[in-house]
Design a protein around this ligand. Structure first.
Ligand code: ADP
Length: 174
């Protein structure tokens, strides 16, 4: 099958769970009239799972089927995609990859509030300490489209919204 290029800009928002992807992604989509896509929700709605992760006690997402499900929408363009990983998406889908970063103590509190504890809480905070998702993004996409943004405070979020909207206007103009 020929691989089509998107007809408009798509943005990936990635980062460790709790860094603020969903909050930022939904606000960004609302302000810029873009479609917000939460990969976890897409998998759930369409039952795109393969097996079960015993260690984390959760179903394993079938990444290939998620990609097939989203291909047409992504080729249309105008999407904000939210997921805590980035290496399995086709590189051609995205014009901008945002990696949100949060200080360890703040992330710890947010995840604790979400009900995470024990190994799950520790693993996620460690993922942030080791900048795992940022490295994954830099390995998977051209460095010049990857942007690391701080996401500790509501002021950071507002700044990020403005920055990304500016980049989006530049993408739309090019
Ligand atoms: P993710 O989608 O990355 O898991 P969420 O968007 O669900 O993260 O955010 C996790 C929690 O942190 C939510 O309670 C949200 O309100 C809060 N939050 C997100 N971004 C910020 C920010 N920049 N400043 C303060 N709180 C934030």
């Amino acid at each position: 099958m020929a691989e089509s290029l998107p007809r408009g800009p798509n943005i990936l928002i990635t980062g460790t769970p709790g860094t603020g992807k969903t909050t930022l992604g939904q606000e960004l989509a609302g302000r810029n009239n873009l479609k917000y896509i939460n990969i976890g929700e897409v998998a759930k709605e369409n039952d795109l799972f393969e097996g079960f992760d015993e260690e984390y006690q959760c179903p394993l997402m079938d990444e290939d089927r998620v990609i097939d499900e989203l291909e047409d929408t992504m080729v249309e363009g105008g999407n904000i995609v939210d997921y805590h990983g980035c290496e399995f998406f086709p590189e051609r889908w995205f014009h901008l990859v945002i990696v949100l970063r949060t200080d360890n103590s703040i992330l710890y509190e947010r995840l604790e509030k979400r009900g995470y504890s024990g190994k799950k809480l520790q693993d996620n905070v460690q993922c942030e300490i080791f900048r795992t998702i940022l490295d994954e993004a830099l390995e998977s996409y051209k460095e010049n489209i990857v942007q690391e943004l701080k996401s500790n405070t509501p002021e950071d979020m507002e700044e990020n919204l403005e920055k990304i909207s500016t980049w989006l206007n530049q993408l739309n103009a090019s």
